[in-house]
Design a protein around this ligand. Structure first.
Ligand SMILES: *Cc1c(COP(=O)(O)O)cnc(C)c1O
Length: 366
């Protein structure tokens, strides 16, 4: 399972992906929910490598995988993943042939699209029921519109998606009531009913549905300090020290000279920048771990390089600095880094890591 790493991959900056932690996060959710998983591996498994993550998660015998596009199904099929794969963004009828060719299971809510799918060769499909997010699916109080289609070509499953499962605002319960109303109005009850994303799994004890659809929790992002379950970190951003600079009182660092040395200081130049997905908002703020000690980004993040303050720290050219994840007993979580990056979404931070950072998949990351 471990990707053979080449020296080249670790000369500059990379992401260590802990597949053991990924699988343990999935196992914890499965135990908690008491039903099978359909791990969401869309967007290249939230930026961590869809093929490697899906292969590792196969150990949990998931019911299927979830993605967003037919291209993502094609990639998993090409890598030999044979399990069922659901596509959770609506497909246009012109994509149906490509979807069938790779045994993708579409999730459909538009009556015309459903008619086109079942009449154009059919195959398993899931009915997408919209209960409050107004993004995709058929409104819960309009499922009568597809009663005839559902009777003639019953979907394998039906589902909805929560818009605020991480908030205790009553919306999850309201959406579930609408989902149940829609199901009751169907002429045939589909075999597989599903609704819960990570936050909704963690929020309640056992799942009342057939399976759960976790995404972000698998990849090490929890739903807050009060949650019943916390994930292990999975992604670790590592970067090499390329140069060291000794500064004198008043010297400045990076564009716009926003960091100024007070007395003699030493900064290390790291081989990572915003073109790697290390956000510019982390300038003068981002935490960095060097030999298990925490320090801070000095000055603005540039496209390809970022400086950190290493005054009084033992630091040599070639040392490995951790900008996300664990180093010794110190840990920078995705949520923390996202807060430092101007309160951005942890989802956006992870999926924003660029291909210039090789993903190195391991069974265990120290
Ligand atoms: C992305 C997605 C999920 C997973 O959501 P997380 O918050 O990452 O757990 C579940 N269901 C659907 C339909 C999705 O698009």
């Amino acid at each position: 399972m471990t990707t053979q790493s080449t020296a080249q991959e670790t000369t500059r900056a990379w992401v260590d992906v802990d597949l053991g932690a990924l699988v343990r996060n999935g196992a914890a959710l499965q135990r908690h929910a008491g039903v099978p998983l359909v791990p969401m591996v869309k967007a290249d498994a939230y930026g961590l490598g869809a093929v490697a993550c899906a292969r590792a998660l196969e150990r949990l015998d998931p019911l299927a995988f979830g993605v967003a596009t037919v291209r993502e199904v094609e990639e998993l099929r090409a890598a030999g993943i044979g399990r069922r794969i659901y596509v959770f963004s609506p497909l246009l009828p012109e994509e149906f042939a490509a979807a069938r060719a790779v045994r993708a299971v579409p999730t459909l809510g538009d009556p015309a699209a459903i008619a086109a799918w079942v009449q154009g060769g059919g195959g398993p499909w899931h009915l997408s029921i919209e209960t409050g997010m107004h993004r995709a699916g058929l409104r819960w109080d309009l499922v009568g519109l597809v009663a005839d289609l559902v009777r003639a070509h019953p979907p394998e499953g039906a589902f909805t998606h929560f818009h605020s499962a991480e908030h205790n605002d009553g919306s999850l319960e309201r959406q579930e009531t609408r989902f149940r109303e829609a199901l009751a109005a169907l002429p045939v009850m589909p075999a597989l009913l599903h609704a819960q994303n990570s936050a909704a799994i963690v929020r309640r004890a056992e799942s009342p549905w057939s399976f759960v659809r976790p995404g972000v929790f698998l990849y090490g992002v929890g739903s807050g300090p009060g949650a019943a379950l916390h994930p292990e970190p999975v992604a670790h951003i590592r970067v090499r020290v390329l140069e060291l600079h000794d500064l004198q009182d008043g010297d400045t660092v990076s564009y716009s000279a926003s960091w100024r040395a007070v007395g003699p200081r030493r900064v290390a130049t790291l081989g990572i920048g915003y073109a790697d997905g290390y956000r510019r908002a982390l300038g003068n703020r981002g935490p960095a771990l060097l030999h298990g000690v925490c320090t801070t980004v000095a000055g603005l993040v540039t496209m390809d390089m970022t400086m950190i303050d290493v005054t009084d720290l033992a630091c040599r050219v070639g040392d490995v600095v951790t900008l996300l994840g664990r180093d010794g007993s110190e840990l920078i979580t995705v949520e923390e880094l996202a807060v430092f990056a101007d309160f951005m979404s942890p989802y956006e931070l992870l999926t924003g890591l660029r291909q210039r950072l090789p993903r190195r998949h391991h069974e265990a990351v120290a």
